[in-house]
Design a protein around this ligand. Structure first.
Ligand SMILES: C[S@@+](CC[C@H](N)C(=O)[O-])C[C@H]1O[C@@H](n2cnc3c(N)ncnc32)[C@H](O)[C@@H]1O
Length: 279
C-alpha cells in the first residue's frame, strides 16, 4: 500500500476534517514509523512496509475514540523539551508552562543555589524544566504515585537532569524534613462536577491527577500550605496553578492562613489560574 493510499484511508475512517486527519497522519508517520511526512507530497506512491502499515492502521481505532495522540506517541513537548508520557501521568498543559515561566522570571539573576520542590510532579515537567533552564535550582520532584515517579525518573534520564525524586503523599502527616526556598505545584484541582465539561480525551488521564475530593475542591491547596508552614524557608514562595472556578474560596483559604502577600496571574485564556504566595 502507498503512503497516499494510507492517507486516504485515514481521511475516510476518521470523523475529522481533512486537515485534522492529515495533521495526525503526519505525526504517526514521523513518530511511530520514522517516515518523513514530506514523502506524502514528494513521493506519494512510495510503498509503506508491512510493519508501518500495521502501525498506521492500528492507530485508527484509538484515534477515533479520542485517545490522546500524546499517549500514542509517548511524547509531549513542554517548554521546548520532549517529555515521555503515558497513561500514568497527566499530559502537561500549556497553562503550566506559564507557571514555570513565572518561577524562572523571578529567579533569573540568582547566583546562590535555591532548593525547590515540585509537589504533585506527575511527568516531572515543571521541576525538570525549571532545572534545565536554571542550573542554580536544586530541584526535588515528588508525587504519591509510584508510577508517576517512574516516569519522572525516565524523564530525568531522557533530559539529563540532576534532580531528586521522592514519594510524598500530601494526605500524610508532614514531618520537618528538608527545607525548601520554593514550592511549586499543579495539584489535582478539578471538581467532579466539571467532569462533563472537560474534553473527551481527558477520560484517558489518571483520575487521581485530575480530581480533588468532591466535598473539598481546595483540599490539596490546604495541604500544600500546611506543608509550607513546616518545610518552607523564611521569605520563601509558593507558586500554584489553581482552578479559576474556586477563586473566591481560594482567597478565603489564604486569609484563613493569614497569607496576604499574594499575586495572581491570568493564563493565556485570560483566566485567573496562577498564583504566587510569598511568606
Ligand atoms: C494535575 S497532576 C499534575 C502533574 C504535573 N505536575 C503537571 O503539571 O503536568 C497532579 C498530580 O498529583 C498527584 N497526586 C494526587 N494525589 C496526591 C497526593 N495525595 N499526594 C501527592 N501527589 C498526589 C497525581 O499523582 C498527579 O501526578
Amino acid at each position: 500500500m502507498t503512503i497516499i493510499e494510507l492517507r486516504n484511508i485515514y481521511r475516510k475512517k476518521l470523523n475529522l476534517s481533512h486537515n485534522e486527519c492529515d495533521f495526525i497522519y503526519k505525526i504517526i508517520l514521523e513518530e511511530l514509523c520514522s517516515i518523513d511526512p514530506i514523502k506524502i507530497a514528494l513521493d506519494p506512491h512510495c510503498i509503506i512496509n508491512q510493519d508501518s502499515k500495521k502501525i498506521i492502521l492500528d492507530s485508527l481505532d484509538p484515534i477515533s475514540k479520542n485517545y490522546p495522540i500524546d499517549y500514542l506517541i509517548n511524547k509531549k513537548n513542554f517548554y521546548g523539551y520532549d517529555f515521555y508520557v503515558n497513561e500514568d501521568v497527566l499530559i502537561p498543559r500549556p497553562e503550566t508552562e506559564e507557571l514555570v515561566q513565572w518561577v524562572l522570571e523571578d529567579n533569573i539573576n540568582i547566583n546562590k543555589s535555591k532548593k525547590l520542590i515540585d509537589l504533585c510532579s506527575g511527568s516531572g515537567c515543571i521541576g525538570i524544566t525549571i532545572y534545565k533552564e536554571n542550573k542554580n535550582m536544586d530541584v526535588t520532584l515528588s508525587d504519591v504515585s509510584e508510577k508517576a515517579l517512574e516516569i519522572c525518573n525516565k524523564n530525568k534520564i531522557k533530559l539529563a537532569s540532576n534532580v531528586k525524586t521522592i514519594k510524598l503523599d500530601l494526605n500524610s502527616k508532614f514531618l520537618p524534613q528538608n527545607k525548601y526556598d520554593i514550592i511549586v505545584s499543579n495539584p489535582p484541582y478539578l471538581s467532579p462536577n466539571e467532569a462533563n465539561e472537560i474534553g473527551k480525551n481527558v477520560k484517558y488521564e489518571p483520575e487521581t491527577a485530575l480530581f480533588a475530593p468532591s466535598n473539598d475542591p481546595l483540599h490539596y491547596y490546604k495541604r500544600i500550605i500546611e506543608f509550607a508552614l513546616i518545610n518552607l524557608n523564611k521569605k520563601g514562595q509558593i507558586y500554584l496553578e489553581i482552578n479559576p472556578v474556586f477563586i473566591k474560596d481560594f482567597n478565603q483559604l489564604l486569609s484563613d492562613f493569614n497569607l496576604n502577600d499574594v499575586n495572581f496571574r491570568d493564563d493565556f485564556r485570560g483566566k485567573k489560574r496562577l498564583v504566587k504566595v510569598s511568606f
